[in-house]
Design a protein around this ligand. Sequence first.
Ligand SMILES: [Zn+2]
Length: 350
Amino acid sequence: MGIRVEGYALPTGEPFDLNIVGNVWVDENTLDLDLRVSGWIIPGLVDVHTHPGAAKPGDPIDEELLRQQLLKNMEDGVLAIRSPGLASTPPDWFGKDPQLPQSFHAGPWLAKPGQFISGWGKRVSDRDFPRVAAAQAGETGWCKIIGDWGIDDEPISPEVMLNIVAAVRAVGGRVAVHSQNTQGGSAAVRAGVDSLEHGMWLDESLLDLMRENKTALTPTLNVFESSVDHFRAKADSPKRDWYVQGCERHPELIRKAHEAGVTILAGTDSQAFTIVAEVQALARAGLSAEAAIASASWKARDFLGLASLKPGTSADALIYSQDPRQNLEILAYPEWIISRGKVMKRPQLS
Ligand SMILES: [Zn+2]
């Protein structure tokens, strides 16, 4: 009893031929097959920056909305997510329901007093930050730090950031940092955090250090592209200039980061966008189609510790009728979606 998946697998485009038994890939050919599937294969899409379940900023998780949004992710082929910040404690089924994406999360955002979105996250003093961050990462594997916030707000200092990273590493956890300012981004990169979220106004001279420390960058380009006109229309102010100029230089920063060997990851940040739209934005910023897909697929899985298309590991795949590198539009239309060995979508008979 099994499923055979054959065709061409990305990124190499080499011939692929593995079977699925239960929820894993197996490399044997003596099985009775229930189903044969063929096409261009990727190991599923991933959204590494999403905050599902809240109706609007500041609201707690609405369990029904959370389920709907995760179901939509699965229908789009998003087989895994990371939530760097959730509006409240997720229900027990989060990350466990086999109908929904595999999920990683960082609990509540951790911010300095007076910063971040009212109603969301925990406010933490500099003294308590390492302990609180380590406690969160000890529980869920990740913590999310608001490294900087408004232009007049004091960012988390380099020293506190170093202490946070040391405390979190000591419990085997990982650190994601929100940054939209040069100083906050610099403190995070110099401390060697695992991922820098947004990264606007990052000093380009830090890109080599990011590569060396394996600090990934999640630019969330759609959020900025869609909001920049709103800021452009405002009266002149330092905040307006900071936002508009930050948005305008961001795609070039992403291209340079990619060229410097920094891992670029795709994240939507908002339910208003799909991960495929973010892949397309990364391609517009100058990544090749293959690199842009990687940021939302095999590279992102690797970053989260998920194997891709390997015998003995979770059988996750999207199968397309054409090579999606030739046309990113079709990335949104997998013919088959297989998550943990279960067929979640099959071609419609016309
Ligand atoms: Zn976010």
